[in-house]
Design a protein around this ligand. Sequence first.
Ligand code: ZN
Length: 171
Amino acid sequence: MQDPNLSRRAFIGSTVIGCATLGTHSATAGVEERNAAFEFEVQRTEGEWREMLTDEEFRILREGGTEPARSHPFWESSDEGTYHCRGCDLALYDSEWKVILPMGWVFFYHSHPTAVITDIDASGPMPGGTGPAISAACRRCGSHQGHIVAINREVLHCINGTSLTFTPSTA
Ligand SMILES: [Zn+2]
């Protein structure tokens, strides 16, 4: 069943992004200029982030770190519900899009529409990877979630359990 609230939120999100694109981006704007125009809706100082996160959560969410494989219980969970951003509580993923893989992070086929933004990871390619690594972050607060990876020709979101909170379905 499609959650009507979700559809509405997704629609509003798309509209806002559409307007922002029309208003601030011209076809001739350089990459730097376009990046400068983007501001996360949720902004916190480093002190505020450190107050709400543990050291390990800060390392992953705010510094782009990666948790050790199989260190967070979400990787092998098949509970039904919604995964939210630990940094701002935005709903990012539903359990129905989750796939359990032995690598030991939290894998999803996709996110909620407009919930996750991607970028080239400045720290370089994934271990064993040939191209640049693509990082995934919450679009509302910018917290690092993980990476977009290709496994067996399937594009997946490979996410740190540490970056997420889980709300079980009530049904
Ligand atoms: Zn967030």
